[in-house]
Design a protein around this ligand. Structure first.
Ligand SMILES: Cc1cc2nc3c(=O)[nH]c(=O)nc-3n(C[C@H](O)[C@H](O)[C@H](O)COP(=O)(O)O)c2cc1C
Length: 326
């Protein structure tokens, strides 16, 4: 029986709990089932899928750090054709909501994977990983509001029954764009946007904040970078409070007024990290790095959130979204 304290509505998508397994940290699809009871998590996000299969970067691809981890996997994934033939048929049997993650190096890449994922009935939402360099413009799609808006205008009409979530990079300085500029491009992509999807919105149904933060780690004995790619994406406790701020800013500056739910992602190791993101404005949270330390962390986090909700005197955690005082 779903717990009334924990049941979550993510842009009309009912989740059993607000705790979701983050893209790329829980296998391609349901591999975590061997070590985690998936019926007790809110949803899982697949590995990011590109049109063609990708081998990924040379090792080492992951390095443990004092306050988290660094990764440069290089989007290793089976590609959309193999995903459709080998993985999608199994999605139906997974006892939680499956969110498909899409990555690409051009708007056409996203269009192709989005159209294929829209046809999979057991994938009711997709999350666009826009932290990929665009081959034509040479910048990350997710760092440029103009490109982002174009991406949303192109992908939105292809998603007929599927919710659209956009996962933004962690913009901290506002030079040249702020996180709110990026969020606005996804929510209000401008002229020519066709309202589509179950919520009939011209822009995205929800935002995920955020992807990893660029970082580097050096082995001081060998004087070599700790991962093969040289630099990578930082995750875990090291990024948590950066993300709390970005969720708070996005919630108060645009998401709340446009009724756009936020999925908070970054260094959620324990229930109070998740609670902090909820108070900052997140409707749900994703857990990534914590899974490497303890695959059962999502269940423990959900239990802690339930206790917290009771202590705070609410009947459902949604009553605490953005409820920071002062
Ligand atoms: C090993 C690893 C692989 C990842 N792969 C992806 C991916 O394929 N797509 C994506 O959108 N994010 C990917 N991420 C980022 C996570 O989904 C998440 O945004 C990030 O790790 C921050 O959350 P955390 O601090 O809880 O780990 C990956 C992270 C790690 C550690």
């Amino acid at each position: 029986m779903p717990d009334p304290m924990l049941t979550t509505d993510l842009a009309g998508l009912p989740l059993r709990t607000p705790v979701i397994l983050a893209a790329g940290t829980a296998g391609t699809l349901g591999e975590m089932a061997d070590i985690l009871d998936l019926s007790r998590v809110g949803a899982l996000v697949t590995k990011s899928i590109t049109p063609e299969p990708r081998e990924g970067n040379a090792p080492w691809r992951v390095a443990p750090l004092k306050a988290g981890m660094l990764n440069a996997i290089g989007l290793a994934n089976p590609g959309i054709d193999a995903f459709i033939s080998h993985y999608a048929p199994k999605a139906d049997a997974i006892p939680t909501t499956v969110i498909g993650s899409i990555a690409g190096f051009s708007i056409d890449d996203y269009r192709r994977v989005a159209a294929e994922m829209d046809a999979i009935e057991s994938i009711p939402a997709v999350e666009l990983n826009v932290s990929c360099p665009n081959v034509k413009h040479g910048v990350e799609i997710g760092a440029d509001p103009t490109l982002l808006a174009e991406l949303i205008r192109e992908v939105r009409p292809l998603l007929t029954g599927t919710r659209l979530i956009v996962k933004l990079p962690p913009v901290t300085t506002g030079t040249p764009h702020t996180i709110t500029d990026l969020a606005r491009a996804c929510i209000e992509p401008g002229e020519g946007a066709t309202p589509a999807g179950p919520n009939a919105r011209p822009g995205c149904d929800a935002l995920s904040l955020c992807n990893t933060t660029p970082g580097m780690a050096i082995d001081v004995r060998t004087r070599k970078p700790k991962i093969g790619n040289g630099t990578g994406g930082l995750s875990g406790p090291a990024v948590h409070n950066t993300i709390v701020r970005l969720v708070h800013l996005t919630h108060t500056q645009i998401a709340r007024d446009t009724n756009t739910p936020i999925v908070g992602i970054g260094g959620v190791m324990t229930w109070d990290d998740a609670a902090e993101l909820i108070l900052a404005g997140a409707t749900a949270i994703e857990v990534g790095t914590a899974l490497f330390a303890n695959p059962a962390a999502p269940i423990k986090i959900a239990k802690g959130l339930k206790k917290w909700g009771t202590q705070q005197g609410v009947s459902n955690l949604s009553q605490l979204v953005g409820a920071i005082e002062g």
